[in-house]
Design a protein around this ligand. Structure first.
Ligand SMILES: NC(=O)c1ccc[n+]([C@@H]2O[C@H](COP(=O)([O-])OP(=O)(O)OC[C@H]3O[C@@H](n4cnc5c(N)ncnc54)[C@H](O)[C@@H]3O)[C@@H](O)[C@H]2O)c1
Length: 334
């Protein structure tokens, strides 16, 4: 599936965070649709370092890249020597996905260094190489603001949210100072789909609830989950946004969601229908004092400036994902 007129064949493409969920999907997208493109994945992969919340510091996994035929560079975006490994290339496009992607990491120094400082270095490479820069921001920048979330009104509530907000501000300054550059930030809402499995507890509720059901258990939801709404966006539409962001009518920061919100209860109901189960739901109290109850992206500018048009409904996205959810349920969680 191609999304615009750009021919990425013979282009050199950097994907930071390319061993992770969105980055590895991008890597395979280019491999499959533009087999003559030269794709370079840069990722620190996972070490055994865990953070105080019990999660791994980084989620990149080699299994996301099996069958990937491009270059793989293992490096840390916080390390200038590692980044210098990229000096041998001249990139036409940079898709910057690498980050502490776990929004419940509270080590401010680590989050800011990884997500923000490295962004200056990546922007420098983009300027040096005259690359098109597309980077991952987040709907988390909106905190608990009411829906619809609109670019320009943000309210970050934790270090992760703030780090993405800081990236957006840096990007906007950089766009003004370097009007010849193409720079687009994409505020992903709740992304789900294949290759998210190795994010473990930080993967989407689609796969987590799917695996609870396949364990034969009633899926667990917070009380009142029929009224906890999110804008769930399928990975295919996230790829579409990244590709369309390479040819923007205007540099900027754009929401990437469907523009519709659905409940966690909807996910459970669709999963049970697709998996042919009737296990009910196990409700428990929401332990979080601060919790976003409703997200729904305003995608007006994403449509007008990028030509983005979400295609995959939650029903279709889950239906297409079911076989993979089943396959992964059989896998050892390593
Ligand atoms: N998945 C979502 O729903 C979602 C929503 C909003 C924003 N985002 C953003 O999208 C981007 C991709 O997210 P994802 O869901 O694919 O997460 P992910 O954790 O699967 O991918 C991030 C990748 O970055 C790598 N990484 C982390 N720290 C690094 C470092 N110091 N040096 C080099 N590599 C490093 C990890 O190993 C991992 O492969 C992230 O920037 C994330 O914040 C994701």
């Amino acid at each position: 599936m191609t999304y615009n007129e750009i021919n990425f064949n013979k282009k050199t493409i950097l994907i930071t965070g390319g061993a992770g969920f969105i980055g590895s999907n991008l890597a395979f997208y280019f491999q499959e649709n533009y087999p003559k493109s030269h794709v370079v994945v840069f990722d620190c992969f996972r070490s055994e370092v865990t953070l105080t919340n019990g999660n791994l510091q980084s989620f990149g996994h080699y299994k996301n890249l099996i069958d990937f035929k491009g270059d793989v560079v293992c490096g840390n975006i916080n390390n200038k020597v590692d980044l210098s490994l990229l000096d041998d290339y001249k990139f036409d496009y940079i898709f910057h996905q690498a980050a502490i992607s776990d929004s419940r990491v509270y080590d401010q120094e680590l989050v800011m260094q990884t997500n923000v400082n490295s962004f200056y270095d990546l922007l420098y490479i983009a300027k040096r190489d005259r690359s098109v820069m597309v980077y991952a921001s987040s709907a988390a920048t909106y905190g608990s603001l009411p829906s619809p979330q609109v670019v320009g009104t943000e309210s970050p509530e934790n270090p992760y949210d703030y780090s993405k907000y800081a990236m957006d501000q840096i990007a906007c300054r950089y766009m003004k100072q370097n009007p010849e550059m193409s720079i687009v930030g994409l505020r992903y809402f709740n992304v789900y789909g294949p290759k998210e499995y190795y994010k473990a507890k930080t993967s989407s509720m689609v796969i987590q609830l799917g695996h609870q059901i396949l364990d034969g258990k009633a899926p667990r939801l917070f009380e009142g989950s029929d009224k906890i709404l999110r804008d769930f966006i399928n990975i295919e539409d996230v790829i579409q946004a990244n590709i369309k962001a390479c040819n923007p009518k205007q540099n900027g920061v754009y929401n990437v969601g469907t523009g519709k919100s659905r409940s966690f209860q909807d996910i459970v109901d669709i999963l049970q229908q697709e998996l042919g189960t009737d296990l009910g739901t196990d409700y428990f109290p929401n332990p979080y004092a601060i919790y976003q109850m409703h997200t729904q992206a305003d995608i007006t500018t994403t449509q007008t400036s990028l030509g983005f048009k979400p295609r995959v409904t939650l029903e279709e996205g889950i239906k297409n994902y079911i076989l993979e959810i089943r396959r992964l349920h059989q896998m050892p969680n390593d």
